[in-house]
Design a binder for this molecule. Structure first.
Ligand code: CA
Length: 237
C-alpha cells in the first residue's frame, strides 16, 4: 500500500523515530517527526496531519496530553506506540480518545496495516474499502490526499483540503462553525467565523471550476448562523 497521507510521529527515541519515519516515507507517507509533547502540539496546530503515531513515554509530558488536546479539536486517528507493560497508562490513553495501539517491538507491515485501517475508517461512512469517498461528482481519496470532480483533479491548499475532508467524513451532517474551525484551525480560532466563510467560498469556487457543468459547489450548503453541511446525493434516493 502506498499513501500520501500526512503522519505526525511523536517518539523521543531517535533510532525508533528514524526507522519508522524512513519506512513510512519509503511507502509515500509524509512524516513530521517530533520528539516531545510541546513540539507535537505545535506541529498539530500548524499542519493538521491525517494521523498521529504517539509514543507514551515522552520527556516533557505524558502522551495522553496529546490525545486530550487533539480530541478537543478533532477526530483525527491516533495510534499509540506502546513500549510499556503498564496497562493502566495504555488504557487511560485509549479512554482519552486514542484509537488503537501497537506494542513495541512492532513489525512495520503491521504498523502500516493499522495505519491504513484507521485512515479508511476516518474517511467516514461514505468511504469505500480503499478510503475513497464519492459524493455526487466529488471524490476524495484519503490515502492519496486527492480530490477530483468528475475525474478532474482539484488543487487545494492544505487547509482547504482539511476542511473538505472533515465535511465529507460526515456527509449530510450539519457541522457547526465552531466545530469546523476547531477541526481545521484549532481551538484558538473557534470564534473566527469569517475564516470559514472565506475558505468555504474558495472551496466551492475550486470545485465548480474543475467541472462547471456538474454543480459540485452546490453540494456544500450553509445553514445561516449555524454552520455548513455537505450533502450525499445518493442518500436522498
Ligand atoms: Ca519514549
Amino acid at each position: 500500500m502506498s499513501s500520501s497521507a500526512r503522519i505526525l510521529l511523536v517518539e523521543d527515541d531517535e533510532a525508533t523515530r528514524n526507522a519508522v519515519a524512513r519506512n513510512l516515507e519509503g511507502h509515500g507517507f509524509k512524516v513530521t517527526p517530533s520528539g516531545d509533547v510541546a513540539e507535537a502540539l505545535r506541529r498539530w496546530d500548524a499542519e493538521r496531519p491525517d494521523l498521529i503515531l504517539l509514543d507514551l513515554g515522552l520527556p516533557d509530558l505524558d502522551g495522553a496530553t496529546v490525545v486530550r488536546h487533539v480530541r478537543r479539536d478533532a477526530t483525527t486517528p491516533i495510534l499509540i506506540l506502546s513500549a510499556r507493560a503498564d496497562e493502566r497508562v495504555k488504557v487511560a490513553t485509549l479512554e482519552a480518545g486514542a484509537d488503537d495501539y501497537v506494542t513495541k517491538p512492532f513489525g512495520m507491515d503491521e504498523l502500516r496495516a493499522r495505519i491504513g485501517a484507521l485512515l479508511r475508517r476516518a474517511a467516514g461512512p461514505a468511504a469505500d474499502q480503499g478510503g475513497v469517498v464519492t459524493l455526487g461528482p466529488v471524490s476524495l481519496d484519503v490515502a492519496a490526499r486527492r480530490v477530483t470532480v468528475n475525474g478532474v483533479p482539484v488543487d487545494l491548499t492544505p487547509r482547504e483540503y482539511e476542511l473538505l475532508k472533515v465535511m465529507v467524513a460526515q456527509p449530510g451532517r450539519l457541522l457547526t462553525k465552531g466545530r469546523l474551525l476547531r477541526a481545521v484551525w484549532g481551538t484558538a480560532y473557534a470564534g473566527e467565523a469569517h475564516y470559514l466563510h472565506v475558505y468555504v467560498s474558495r472551496l466551492r469556487r475550486k470545485l465548480n471550476a474543475a467541472d462547471p457543468d456538474t454543480g459540485a459547489d452546490s453540494l456544500i450548503t450553509a445553514e445561516p448562523g449555524i454552520g455548513y453541511r455537505i450533502s450525499d446525493p445518493t442518500a436522498r434516493r
